[in-house]
Design a protein around this ligand. Structure first.
Ligand code: SAM
Length: 482
């Protein structure tokens, strides 16, 4: 992050605005909306009609005052900020120099190198205000992001925030604990009260809010709740909306080793983050200890998100965690995620059940204590299916041998897919008989799947070349090109 977003309280403060043209008019509008008093230095520019109008109106109440001389150090003494919007380059640089010397933070419009602070693109649903900045690198992109956010946010959002503000004191008085209040507000914003206010029906919103508040005040102190959330295979864009909502509600997030920092960026800023996952060879909590931790946090009234790679119920041990929560009498909700096999299939254009090749998709674990994993080899060796092996890298050679011993042809196509959906993803392909060697030569270090079946031939050649180029592969391991 090159710049720190912050929101400046300008009500009743003075801002210096240098220039009077169109750029100055745009800034003046924002300054007035923020309640700033403006001292305007036209520097010989003919005032834009909006500036002229603001000067005329502001002269009466003193909110906009005109100074027909260059800005000087004395002006800066009581100024919160300064904006240099004058066209002339020499005038602009001179003004910035004076203001900098006086230690007043300056924004110089369209001159990012001269700026102490930047104006973001703004989405205004006051009191909810969103600022979007590209740090000066791509203002047009920032404006496009703003347009997307504008289209997502209901027009009545500001009204809803103002409505909630009017109940804040009452909620504080009637719901004594912090966690109880947080839960109240979550239910409020998810429920009928907020929907009514967004629809413009404040009377119904008020009624629903009072009902919720009375029920909450009468109830026993709330216990926490638990979300078992699938975070998908790695690409944050594959998070579901429901996962995102849960992550934004969390007081504490217990996350696996497969959860990358890009995913954790979507967790509520002030949530506690606790790593509980296994990395090969590194110390980690046992499943019992993780279950106990989930239960302890929830019993303390916290909203717990147990964040897991892929889907929680697919080789994720989510079942045991759910049972532990139920046994402790806790609310638990499961949020499914995109499992690694589906992420990998999509990332490499690999249709796992192409109708000409596979009528069955078998998802199996390759985890084994030495030897081959205990699987139904005769069934897995049959033609007409795709077999995806999770946690099978260490046993790849033994898996290939077992399949071949039970009738699979040695040249059945096979792939190793590592870090699927992440920028470091890669795929290596070959024949089933070579699977062990392929894995060894590829020196796979990230999470990886083995995919075995005719569909491997159908992977998108362009995607394969691109992905393979992104991560160097050892010479003998072939990145498949068709
Ligand atoms: C404990 S399992 C978790 C599976 C997860 N619950 C899911 O639904 O994808 C971990 C295994 O999933 C596979 N895996 C997870 N993420 C992956 C990725 N991005 N690329 C390839 N394989 C992945 C690997 O086989 C890894 O050893």
């Amino acid at each position: 992050m090159d710049v720190l977003p912050a929101f400046w309280r300008l009500s009743g403060r003075t801002v210096l605005l240098i220039g009077a043209g169109e750029a100055a008019a745009r800034k003046l509008r924002f300054l007035q909306r923020a309640g700033a008093g403006v001292r305007l230095f036209p520097m010989g520019e003919t005032p834009h009609p909006d500036v002229a109008a603001a000067l005329a109106a502001g002269a009466a109440d003193g909110t906009v005052r005109r100074c027909d001389r260059p800005v000087c150090a004395a002006d800066a003494r009581d100024a919160a900020l300064a904006i240099v919007a004058v066209e002339d380059e020499i005038d602009a640089r001179a003004a910035v120099a004076v203001l900098r010397a006086a230690r007043t933070p300056v924004n110089a419009v369209d001159r990012p190198q001269l700026c102490d602070f930047l104006f973001p693109a703004i989405v205004d649903r006051s009191p909810i205000v969103i600022g979007i900045s590209s740090g000066g690198a791509a203002p047009v992109l920032a404006r496009r992001v703003r347009a997307q956010i504008e289209s997502l946010l209901p027009a009545g959002l500001g009204r809803l925030a103002a409505f909630a503000d009017r109940f804040r004191e009452a909620v504080k008085a009637m719901v004594p604990t912090g966690s109880g209040r947080k839960r109240f507000w979550e239910d409020f914003f998810d429920g009928a009260a907020a929907a009514a206010v967004l629809n413009g029906d404040e009377a119904r919103g008020r009624e629903a809010t009072l009902k919720l508040l009375n029920a909450r005040a009468a109830a026993a102190p709330p216990t926490g709740r638990v979300f078992l959330v699938g975070a998908g295979p790695g690409d944050p864009d594959l998070l579901t909306l429901k996962a995102l909502q849960a992550m934004q509600r969390a007081d504490v997030v217990l996350y696996d080793a497969l959860i990358g920092p890009q995913i954790l960026d979507y967790v509520r800023r002030d949530a506690e983050r606790v790593p509980v996952g296994k990395r090969k060879g590194a110390h980690s909590l046992g499943q019992e200890a993780i279950n106990a931790l989930i239960v302890a946090h929830a019993r303390a009234g916290r909203t717990v998100v147990r964040l897991k790679g892929g889907d929680p119920f697919l080789f994720g041990r989510g079942g045991e965690e759910q049972e532990a929560c139920r046994a402790a009498g806790l609310d638990v909700e499961v949020v499914p995620g995109v499992t690694a096999a589906l992420g990998a299939g999509a990332a490499f254009g690999l249709p796992l059940t192409h109708r000409d090749d596979a009528q069955t998709l078998s998802i199996v674990t390759g985890a084994a204590q030495g030897g081959a994993p205990a699987l139904d080899w005769p069934a897995l060796a049959r033609p007409g299916q795709t077999v995806v092996v999770y946690m099978g890298v260490g046993a790849a050679e033994r898996i290939a041998e077992a399949l071949i011993a039970h009738g699979a042809p040695t040249d059945r196509p096979a792939a190793v897919i590592e870090n699927a959906t992440l920028p470091t993803q890669r795929v290596l392909t070959g024949a089933l008989a070579d699977l062990g060697r392929l894995v060894e030569e590829a020196q796979v270090s990230g999470p990886a799947l083995l995919v075995i079946g005719e569909v491997v031939r159908r992977a998108d050649p362009a995607a394969l070349t691109q992905r393979a180029a992104a991560a160097p592969a050892p010479a003998a391991a072939r990145a498949m090109a068709g």
